[in-house]
Design a protein around this ligand. Sequence first.
Ligand SMILES: Nc1ncnc2c1ncn2[C@@H]1O[C@H](COP(=O)(O)OP(=O)(O)OP(=O)(O)O)[C@@H](O)[C@H]1O
Length: 260
Amino acid sequence: MQLIADSITHAYGPLPVLKDISFTIAPGEVVAVVGPSGCGKSTLLRILGGLEQPSSGAALVKGAPPPGSLNPLTFVFQDFALLPWRTVAGNVRLALEGHGLAGKAAAAIVADTLARTGLADFADVYPKQLSGGMKQRVGIARALAVKPAVLLMDEPLSALDAQTRTLLMDDLVRLHAEGDLATVYVTHNLDEAVRLADRIVVLSRRPGSIKATFLLDMPRPARSAEDPALVREARRLWDLIRADAAEADRELADAEVADA
Ligand SMILES: Nc1ncnc2c1ncn2[C@@H]1O[C@H](COP(=O)(O)OP(=O)(O)OP(=O)(O)O)[C@@H](O)[C@H]1O
């Protein structure tokens, strides 16, 4: 299944947010979306996932989702969004219950998903007993349980410390090596983008339009944070974003002063 951003333009009332965004996410691909604060990254992700309708253009799906997919487009958010009164297994099962799946069939999927995400020993633990990294593993497990074609990840690691981020990036690399899962990965963190993405879409400041697209053809499992080629790519990205980011920060600061 392909997910297609087809000339997406969006405004909130008088505020133009996105301008003529087009790209395609193929099976197995990881596309990172980066750009200055407020340029419309999260809005674009919500539109791609069908949570919002764009002012013009469309988010299109072409082809069939993987067999057994309960939710072809599934979100993973920064704040984990776990239910505190449910165990790890209970949180993952919740995603299945939403699709009418219970009993043995659900239990088998939950067990398989927990094993794939390194959570098998934590099935009966409650979220408050888990570190931030483990909580986000549960968030990812819950998303994987419904067998998505495309994961839509909005700053999934930005609440975590650097070490935990590295571990979870390793997890994501492994999960993508298992099959045809595709991901749209919104991030501020250019190191995450160059570690994980096949393609990086760089948005301009608001209204976000595509300023550049970077292709990274190095195999994901072979990449490491210290790799000089990746460090160079991250620097090229930053050079491209820097002026827009500074301007976007000034606009935000001006807006805050005006609000005060
Ligand atoms: N529901 C909404 N109603 C009105 N304005 C909104 C809404 N959601 C977002 N905005 C505005 O649209 C612009 C883009 O927001 P969005 O969250 O998509 O940007 P972003 O690039 O993800 O930002 P950040 O990098 O800070 O997370 C911002 O100016 C924001 O205030």
